[in-house]
Design a protein around this ligand. Structure first.
Ligand code: 13P
Ligand code: SF4
Length: 320
């Protein structure tokens, strides 16, 4: 790490102490942000941890919906997010008004049959307000398994995750057709080449990847589940199909192991040499420092929406 980053981290840490602030970071953020944070986690762990923390200020280094979820769970606390423009292509693929129309259409078709709306945490507060229970990639199977067997379930927005959960639960949930632009572009060809070049090496994939990639994977799970697997396993090498930010924590936890990232599909004009979520990378040390110093940008959620959204998030925490 360069000197400038180290100086920033020292300044951020002392400011956080002075302001009684706690810094949270998702595994997909830049290594220096993870280095600076008090808590690093997947989206479920970050939400759970936020409810247990006694601090005046919570800073969420992740993406917009993570800050929103934190504010909904901790309405009395000041929730800051280093860059309000750090969005999520998956959350953007499901607008509340479109979901409401979709739900109404299913209600009309189902002639009063009970419909349960399950939404992935990667959604706006408005979508969570229309939802019965929120899930993350960590707990989706566990929660769907607890829903009544005869219920008609709408699952959104991630189609890949929904198909995967259908396959492991035997349910036939009606799926929204959304996707994460990072995970959906993992290349099956590149994965097959990596497997051929590294025989016997386990493939670890996030369930937001497409079905053909998941079909070639040995372990499918949330970022935290994949990390825990690499720590527990006696294997020394792993092929990783998820956002490459997780490699920082995997390498830190297992310095003697090797992690081989699956490259994305390179389509004309799109694609990069590594699988990075540009929204997560919008969290920089400079923005984090300024956000703590100025206590801005601050996350606000409309009171009425937050009141509706909180029950679906709390239901998830109870059922996890
Ligand atoms: P996790 O639930 O594994 O943290 O994933 C969040 C996310 O944004 C995946 O792209
Ligand atoms: Fe959203 Fe995909 Fe980025 Fe996760 S990796 S925050 S799902 S755009």
């Amino acid at each position: 790490m360069d000197l400038k980053s180290k100086e920033y981290i020292d300044k951020i840490r002392s400011l956080a102490k002075q302001k009684n602030a706690v810094i949270f970071a998702h595994y997909y953020t830049r290594p220096e942000i993870q280095e600076c944070a008090d808590f690093i986690g997947d989206s479920l762990a970050l939400a759970q941890q936020a409810t247990r923390i006694d601090a005046d200020i919570l800073v969420m280094c992740g993406v917009h919906f993570m800050g929103e979820t934190m504010k909904i769970l901790c309405p009395q606390k000041k929730v800051l997010i280093p860059d309000m423009n750090a969005g999520c292509s998956l959350a953007d693929s499901c607008k509340a008004e479109d979901l409401a129309a979709f739900i109404n259409e299913e209600i009309r078709k189902s002639e009063n049959e009970k419909i349960i709306v399950v939404s992935y945490v990667n959604t706006s507060a408005d979508v969570k307000a229309l939802t019965d229970v929120v899930v993350t990639s960590s707990n989706a199977k566990k929660i769907v398994d607890q829903l009544p067997k005869d219920a008609k379930i709408i699952f959104g927005p991630d189609h890949n995750l929904g198909s995967y959960i259908n396959s492991v639960t035997g349910r036939n949930m009606i799926l929204w057709n959304g996707a994460c632009h990072v995970h959906s572009r993992f290349s099956l060809e590149a994965l097959l080449q990596l497997k051929a070049a590294n025989p016997g090496v386990e493939v670890l994939a996030h369930p937001e990847c497409k079905a053909p990639v998941l079909a070639q994977s040995d372990v499918i799970g949330s970022t935290k589940a994949l990390l825990e697997h690499t720590i527990r396993s006696s294997a020394k090498r792993f092929i990783i199909a998820t956002e490459s930010g997780i490699l920082f924590e995997m390498q830190r936890a297992c310095p003697d192991k090797e992690f081989i990232p699956v490259p994305p599909e390179i389509t004309e004009g799109v694609g990069c040499s590594c699988n990075e979520c540009e929204y997560m990378r919008m969290n920089t040390l400079e923005k984090l420092y300024n956000c703590l110093l100025n206590e801005s940008p601050e996350m606000h959620v409309d009171k009425e929406i937050a009141e509706k959204a909180i029950s679906s998030i709390q239901r998830m925490l109870e059922m996890s």
